[in-house]
Write a protein that binds this ligand. Structure first.
Ligand code: ZN
Length: 152
């Protein structure tokens, strides 16, 4: 089987059997965004505990690229610190811009989306979940250098 076909299978598997696709009651952060170009919509929910993304789920609808990317993201990012997650988001964007060679260990199934680089119109689909996650995490104020509100 050609590598492209394997990647296609991985994407379809996540699309048909999405991981962590459910509400997350009591989530500290959540955010919804859509991609009007394609009609994709994704909501991300996260439990952020002491600077770590303890649990990460999503809900959404749309094309196989957007939904499989969200599913892969929940697997790749859960358990990481907020900073590590934002760094991974940056690297994923880099991969989708054709600038970063993905690291299999860190990226896991996300590597399968590398082929999307060839279809510029679909890149927004692949990056949507990461945009939502990034925005959600920024709301926590736990990202580096972003703690505008001091509760106290
Ligand atoms: Zn799409």
């Amino acid at each position: 089987m050609a590598l492209d076909d394997i990647y296609k299978e991985v994407i379809l598997d996540h699309y048909k059997n999405p991981r962590n696709k459910r509400d997350l009651p009591g989530a500290e952060v959540s955010c919804t965004r859509n991609n009007p170009l394609c009609g994709d919509e994704i909501t991300v929910f996260a439990h952020v505990d002491d600077g770590t993304v303890a649990e990460l789920t999503f809900q959404g609808a749309g094309c196989s690229i957007s939904q499989s990317s969200a599913s892969m993201m929940t697997e790749a990012a859960a358990g990481r610190t907020v900073d590590q997650t934002l760094e991974l988001a940056g690297q994923f964007r880099g991969m989708m811009a054709g600038e970063v060679e993905p690291d299999d260990d860190r990226f896991g199934d996300l590597v399968a989306l590398k082929g999307v680089v060839k279809y510029p119109i679909r890149i927004k689909c692949a990056v949507l979940a990461w945009d939502v996650l990034q925005e959600a995490l920024q709301d926590t104020g736990e990202a580096t250098g972003a703690r505008p509100h001091t509760v106290g």
